[in-house]
Design a protein around this ligand. Sequence first.
Ligand SMILES: Nc1ncnc2c1ncn2[C@@H]1O[C@H](COP(=O)(O)OP(=O)(O)OP(=O)(O)O)[C@@H](O)[C@H]1O
Ligand SMILES: [Mg+2]
Length: 390
Amino acid sequence: MDLAANPYSPGSGLRPKVLSGREAEISAFDLMIARAKLHRPNRGMVLTGLRGVGKTVLLNVLRAHADNHGWLTVQLEGRAEARGRQDVRDRFARELVVAARRHLGRHPGQFFADALTTIQSFSVSVGTSGVSASVDLHPVRAQSGRIDIDVEELVEDLSEPLKAQHSAFGLFIDEMQDLDPDMMSAIVTVQHIAGQRDWPFSVICAGLPNLPTILSATRSYAERLFDYRVIGPLDPEQARYAVARPAKDVGAEFDIEALNAIVAASGGYPYFIQEFGKAVWEVAPTTPFTLEDSRVAIEKGWAQLDSGFFPARWGRATPKEREYMSVMAVDGAGPSRTGELAARLGTKASSLGPTRAQLIQKGMIYAPDHGQVAFTVPGMADFIARQSRE
Ligand SMILES: Nc1ncnc2c1ncn2[C@@H]1O[C@H](COP(=O)(O)OP(=O)(O)OP(=O)(O)O)[C@@H](O)[C@H]1O
Ligand SMILES: [Mg+2]
């Protein structure tokens, strides 16, 4: 097939040609937008799921909906590295000023222009760059240098003007589990206050399956603050749509067995769907695609995943961490019991604590329950098994 016309897009956060199976989350969010218009309070939303399941893409779609409805939106990404703490503040500062100016352009008026001085103070207080010294700053608001106070004052000062416009402030945060504890706590607290004072403010965040536990540990009331949604693999019908539709839109078809083979091999995981879809497009000499095309494509797709998606994660692990994941892989998709892993490695569970913690911190495993661990990357156990066979 014409390689330039390939309609599949494996990659991080790459918008697929067809977003399949996320209607429930999108309509729940659209309801939030409609409620904000009527000055009704909203909870925040938390999207959690494994790697490559489509959290970032969905978060971007929700943000675009909010933007289209005149919300003031800012998008951040948690970063686990040491400099992530300042990076996220700098980005918040910069993005907020840009968003506010854009918002002011779309809704001119003195009321919001006043709030702009608080935004600028916030940005100077929180960020290290990006705001010119010559802008007007608010004399007292959002400049304490304490992130909890500054975020609260910022949201408070935005609330009246945004309400007057039947709009809201949407803070979109990806990889939320990697946000530093001070910023996480400030944001959760302000979501709580916003609910009590009718401020039109919602945090919409995405992260790994351990995010709800982290949020609850940050503030016990976090459980009630958010609409928690697990973003899982697509069911077979949704997966068939995700595979077949992008091709159909550009005039190509799948034989039914060819389609089913790709759906089965992908396990419904969006990243794998895109990888196998891309491969079938590359290997098929003509349309409709046959079962043989799919078989060749699936093999090619796995080879591609084995040289990109999986090693990108595996390569970040130390030898000790790899050893730990190798004994986890014995349990397939898991979960594994930590005591059992220790026994397999001939050591005590307590001595493996630091390795386990490092792997959680790197976002490669998570704890689905007390005394258990599982991979955050779908298919990781099989990848490790393939590696050790080579
Ligand atoms: N609903 C969907 N239908 C079809 N393809 C999708 C869907 N959602 C995501 N994809 C595709 O899946 C891949 C992974 O998406 P995305 O980067 O959003 O996943 P993620 O959950 O954020 O992963 P990570 O945890 O690694 O950040 C992308 O190639 C994207 O195009
Ligand atoms: Mg992502």
